[in-house]
Write a protein that binds this ligand. Structure first.
Ligand code: GDP
Ligand code: MG
Length: 207
């Protein structure tokens, strides 16, 4: 398919969640198809990029990782600025990482410059579902989905960065909701009041 003539879009994606939940691993699995057991609190680059087709349009995801600063819960407004989507990650085997989602979610909205906080697209990933064949799980899928519903129908995926389970599907959804956000902002800044001819759902995605 010839897609070279189409407009390219850069979408900024922020990945947040407690230290150790697998944020860096999910990004490495998605972008490089690699997984490491070794725990590394820092990475060299601020972000990685990946091109992906969304509804026949090529977009570039610019996915921002933290360099371990999440341990201090102090990422700063510069890190969040201009984000098109925020991916929240918790570890299904450690309940505390689920409890802190409220903080990450609220902190993001507080720090970011988004025009419409209620409509800002988040995606939640419940990671490490492979551990112990699911026997050490502490947060049920139902509970996670209830939290998503209470926060404006955030799309939810259960993932394993180790096995690559659901990782591509999750980031395709991220790309879709981020694209939608970018289109909405575009319309906002051009001052066009009418809605797009084929409105898409803001928080749900057809994934
Ligand atoms: P971060 O601090 O959120 O960036 O977490 P990391 O990506 O550094 O991962 C922390 C640890 O969890 C590392 O030892 C990873 O190998 C491990 N890990 C990450 N994702 C998974 C997963 O899906 N399954 C398993 N079993 N281990 C994982
Ligand atoms: Mg990390």
């Amino acid at each position: 398919m010839d897609i070279s003539h189409r407009k390219r879009t850069l979408l900024k994606v922020i990945v947040l969640g407690d230290s150790g939940v697998g944020k860096t691993s999910l990004m490495n699995q998605y972008v490089y198809k690699k997984f490491s057991q070794q725990y590394k609190a820092t990475i060299g680059a601020d972000f990685v990029t990946k091109e992906i087709l969304v509804d026949d349009k090529l977009v570039t995801l610019q996915i921002w990782d933290t360099a371990g600063q999440e341990r201090f819960h102090s990422l700063g407004a510069a890190f969040y600025r201009g984000a098109d989507c925020c991916v929240l990650v918790y570890d299904v085997n450690i309940h505390k990482t689920f409890d802190t989602l409220n903080n990450w979610h609220d902190d993001f909205l507080k720090q970011t410059d988004t025009e419409n906080p209620d409509a800002f697209p988040f995606v939640l990933l419940g990671n490490k579902v492979d551990v112990d064949g699911g026997n050490s799980r502490r947060v049920t899928e139902k509970k996670a989905r209830e939290w998503c519903a209470s926060r404006g129908n955030i799309p939810y995926f259960e993932t394993s960065a180790k096995e690559g389970y659901n990782v591509d599907d999750a980031f395709l959804c991220v790309a879709k909701v981020a694209s939608q956000n970018e289109r909405d902002l575009d319309i906002y800044f051009r001052g066009i009041s009418e809605t797009p001819s084929e409105p898409e759902q803001q928080s749900g995605c057809a994934c």
